[in-house]
Design a protein around this ligand. Sequence first.
Ligand SMILES: NC(=O)c1ccc[n+]([C@@H]2O[C@H](COP(=O)([O-])OP(=O)(O)OC[C@H]3O[C@@H](n4cnc5c(N)ncnc54)[C@H](O)[C@@H]3O)[C@@H](O)[C@H]2O)c1
Length: 333
Amino acid sequence: MTGNSPLGIGIVGAGFVAESHAAAIATDPRLGLSAVFDLDTPAAAAMAARFGAARATDLTELLSRADVEAVIVCTPNDTHVALAEQVAQAGRHLLMEKPLALSSSEARRLTKLYADKGLTLLVGHTHRHSAYAIAVKEAIESGRIGTVRTMRLAITGGWIWGGWGAWVLDPARSGGHAFHNGVHLYDLARWWLDSPVQSAWTCAQHLTAAALRIDDYLCSTLQTESGAAAVCEISRGERPRAASVFEIVVQGTRGTLLRTWSSDGIVRLSDDGSGPLTAVGDSPFGRQLVVFEQAIRASGPVAPPPEHAVEAIAVAEAVEASARTGDLVRVDG
Ligand SMILES: NC(=O)c1ccc[n+]([C@@H]2O[C@H](COP(=O)([O-])OP(=O)(O)OC[C@H]3O[C@@H](n4cnc5c(N)ncnc54)[C@H](O)[C@@H]3O)[C@@H](O)[C@H]2O)c1
């Protein structure tokens, strides 16, 4: 369908994050949820009923529907590559939840597949569409804190990543914490510093239990091609769970941006005046979907560009390799 009719969307995987996408679709008249498919039939039926969509009995049926022009894939990380290939073969646009794949080579291959077919591919690095992240980007681009050479991003605490199901705790299925959650921070650092990450050095721990098969604490120092450094700390091990931190410090040659857990926005500290920056706005999922719709309907740019989503995976590979060896690891460009 084209013109003024809503963009018809199918959701594959009706779990935790799919709910945020479905809720965002429901509030935007430019978008419509046509159908839902999940291997877990009751989960798909419940979401379809809640949002007034059809339940597809399998992926082939969902992809053959005329009212499904675009698909959002919200399934475990190890299923992403095969599902993305099927969506592309059906000629549908794709919003793929992060990470795009569990290896940068597969991610590159998918990016080329979508480009060759002239289909939109947006990877759900949803933090890019958060008001705080946009405020930081705009503050850096305004030049008011000068040139940024260092930053720290810390998201720690049991609350932040929700329940870790069995597949998240299985490194073969999730890729581990760097692939599952670190990619959000690696993408923000690359975007804010406006330069690809070229190396990673990581300290990792099993905070919650020695028996964990993935690290629940990763602290990585990333260096960009431009020579800037970003310290990215992700953890799910702190106790009590309420003692959680989401802190951003961006240091420029003329000032600093600060976001602490207790502030509801970004504070700019600089020689020419300090004060809060506004960082409120719509749901990042809603904003992300508008970017997706505009890319499909009006050939707008996607954010992040697919090559940045590939870069985030290459950084995750380097972070995981560094966590195993303790060595500084170059990112596979
Ligand atoms: N952008 C974000 O902020 C964000 C937040 C959370 C999760 N995610 C990503 O979203 C994806 C899903 O995570 P979640 O937390 O919603 O997981 P989840 O376990 O809550 O839900 C996954 C759903 O996918 C279904 N499923 C599994 N394999 C399938 C297949 N082959 N075909 C159809 N359905 C299948 C499962 O039955 C389940 O209902 C992951 O890739 C995760 O990294 C992104």
